[in-house]
Design a protein around this ligand. Sequence first.
Ligand SMILES: C[S@@+](CC[C@H](N)C(=O)[O-])C[C@H]1O[C@@H](n2cnc3c(N)ncnc32)[C@H](O)[C@@H]1O
Length: 292
Amino acid sequence: MPSTPDVKQILLDPPVVNYVAGTLVDMLQDRGYPKQAANRLSQDILRFATSYGLIENYERRTHDYLEDAGFFATRSHPIFHRERTILGYVEPYLSGRILDVGCGSGIIDFILAKQGHDVSMTDVFKHPSIKRPHPEFRPITIEGKIDHPDNTFDTAMALTVLHHSDDPMLTVQEMQRVMTAGGTGLFLESEYGISTENAVMPRRDLQLARFLALSPDQQRGGNAFFDHFYNRVLDYTEHTSEKINVPCNFFTPADLNHLLERNRLVPVHTIHLDFDRDTAPMYHVLHVARKA
Ligand SMILES: C[S@@+](CC[C@H](N)C(=O)[O-])C[C@H]1O[C@@H](n2cnc3c(N)ncnc32)[C@H](O)[C@@H]1O
């Protein structure tokens, strides 16, 4: 059974509730709802999130409620906007043979292949949109291994994947194994433990300011709420095999660099990317590492 966070437990902390409520209102207003309607929807979502018996009931009830409210007919950004943004972050570091670990829908790899990159994909789950002419896809094995030999790829990337992995240590270890010596590892993560000193543009964005006002544990709670909300409520499916795993294995920037080092990957850059307002409202950091 795929993992989920304890949403009710997360929402026992008033500052986290305020953060979630305010961020939901912003997200709904971004989708075109007037302030009053956005406030009402946000309050109803919070009510569902704090009063469920089984979490599955909260997911389905909130998804259906948003569908009735016309949420899925709204689109704040053109298709592929998120993927093109992410590509812009990682493109300067891509070279040679590329492996995308946790490729999801494979849209990023499809774009990269069209640009002439040599790219392969892997994931624990084959997304239904992956079909030819996408690049080659091999599933992660039942033991959590990448199905490629040692020293195969010049670049291995995991884009918003590690916090979805049940065993991030094993995922990084496997990435390191299939990388060539001197190869590049790219890890784009939603992180917590972010302070005003290292955040990008701390005062210009109200949503980011709200996040930065939380303690590290509260930031992790906010990430868990929205990671679950986007992957399991908005993208609700009744098919268990298609439910995305949400174990919420979030890192601070320092903890992730430490994990990389323990796997003989040398952190070269830790790039604060800002709050991702377009998709899931979480703070993103890109870690660039070299295999020694
Ligand atoms: C938020 S999606 C990101 C998809 C894609 N990287 C992107 O940015 O569009 C997280 C992906 O990680 C995958 N995943 C979860 N655990 C994994 C693991 N242990 N190894 C590889 N992929 C995993 C999920 O199946 C899902 O497709």
